[in-house]
Design a protein around this ligand. Structure first.
Ligand SMILES: C[S@@+](CC[C@H](N)C(=O)[O-])C[C@H]1O[C@@H](n2cnc3c(N)ncnc32)[C@H](O)[C@@H]1O
Length: 402
């Protein structure tokens, strides 16, 4: 093994494969005059930019001297420094009349202790965000610095981020701030390719910091074999996901039918897991019980609701049950015919007002439901559907009868 191959996972050295580096270079609009990568590694991103813009000045910083020397050997055009990308002085860029600066990166995806620097970058870049999630993630501090440095120069940011940045709840406040305060040009879900030695999946953000808000965004997926497929172009609400999986089912959300939330449906999940139920000696209803059924309904113990306490979320006659998560679950609704039983935290209890109850059940059996579910579920190994998302599901069966 050569010296250059001694990668350090503890520094997040999961290098960008060449097709993705080329994608980044291709997606930058305008003629780039300077590019900066504050976690440059072996220089993959700058090398792709060097190829596309032979006259651009290219600057990089990395905290690992070995990576810096490897990148230096790859192309003598790269101006590189050893240092911490969050504290190092920003490279002095060539001043040109039509300057177009791009700050590019595939930063280390690592959890980290909050430092004064990371707090300062995040506070400056995401004004008004109260969440503390970002200060514990190194990639968020790199994104924040890139936004600040690019805005000083009215430049572009092209940053690979973990895919939950586009879809996860914890990143929601940062997404909202990004859309409200910068021009998010493109969000590209990167699929079908592996970064060195990691299963992490990524999303590429292309941001124009000269714009003070997002009006028109392109959402797409990219894989090296098929290239880029655009799934949405236009505006997005302030509270939404930005991943291709979600947007590829956008037409299913535009049926004109009311959502479950608008129909007054209540969705509640159980409060304890199956193991806790066993410890408490409770006979509970779990996803495995729903899977075992062959029909669309279930009959429970003929107990009274008074036999339980307020820790229990009870399924009772008329309720609709749906698995919330699982690897091989049955995503079909189960109607409680009679009796009562507490549910585990893997089961959702859906209570619909009587006038729409039948339509709610039929909506879960509607041909549109599996595609809608696939667009909202998260998770690599197990699928998860949240209460919040379920309340945004259109009452598909209403569009049948309309
Ligand atoms: C995911 S790699 C990406 C490298 C390269 N930009 C690419 O796309 O292939 C992240 C790089 O960040 C570097 N790194 C980690 N912490 C850093 C820090 N605080 N300052 C600068 N570089 C850092 C690692 O050494 C590693 O080379």
């Amino acid at each position: 093994m050569g010296r250059a191959d001694k990668f350090k996972d503890a520094l997040g050295q999961h290098m960008t494969p060449e097709p993705v580096a080329n994608l980044i270079a291709d997606e930058l609009r305008g003629s780039i005059t300077s590019a900066v990568d504050l976690a440059v590694g072996d220089g993959a991103l700058l090398l792709a930019i060097a190829h596309r813009w032979p006259r651009a000045s290219l600057h990089g910083v990395d905290c690992d001297e070995l990576r810096v020397s490897h990148a230096r050997a790859a192309n003598s055009r790269l101006r590189l420094r050893h240092g911490d990308g969050l504290t190092a002085r920003f490279p002095a860029l060539r001043q040109e009349e039509c300057q177009r600066v791009a700050i590019v990166g595939n930063p280390p995806f690592l959890s980290a202790n909050a430092t004064d620097e990371s707090r300062a970058w995040l506070d400056a870049a995401f004004a008004g965000v109260q969440s503390r999630h970002g200060v514990r993630r190194l990639e968020m501090a790199f994104l924040a610095r890139a936004l600040i440095e690019a805005r000083k120069r009215q430049g572009l940011v092209a940053m690979l981020m973990p895919s939950p940045f586009a879809s996860g709840v914890l990143y929601g406040p940062y997404r909202r701030a990004l859309l409200a305060q910068y021009g998010v040009d493109k969000v590209i879900s990167v699929e079908g390719t592996r970064f060195r030695n990691t299963e992490a999946s990524t999303v590429l953000l292309i941001i124009d910091t000269a714009l003070s808000s997002t009006t028109n965004i392109e959402i797409s997926r990219y894989c090296p074999v098929e290239g880029k497929t655009v799934v949405h172009r236009g505006s997005v609400g302030g509270d939404v996901r930005l991943d291709a999986r979600y947007w590829s089912a956008a037409q299913l959300r535009l049926t004109g039918a009311p959502t479950l939330g608008e129909c007054g449906v209540d969705v509640t999940r159980g409060r304890y897991c199956k193991a806790d139920a066993r410890r408490m000696n409770r006979a509970v209803l779990h996803t495995t019980d729903l899977c075992r059924l062959s029909g669309p309904s279930i009959e429970l113990h003929p107990l009274s609701a008074d036999s339980f306490d307020d820790m229990d979320v009870l399924a009772e006659a008329g309720d609709i049950l749906l698995s919330r998560t699982g690897t091989r679950v049955r995503w079909q609704p189960v109607e409680v015919k009679r009796g009562v039983a507490p549910i585990t935290d893997h089961v959702l209890r859906i209570r619909a007002p009587e006038p729409v109850r039948r339509q709610v059940i039929e909506s879960f059996m509607h041909p549109a439901f599996p595609a809608w579910l696939a667009s909202v579920t998260k998770g690599v190994c197990a699928s998860v559907v949240t209460k919040r998302e379920l309340l945004t599901m259109p009452l598909f069966a209403a569009s049948n009868s309309a």
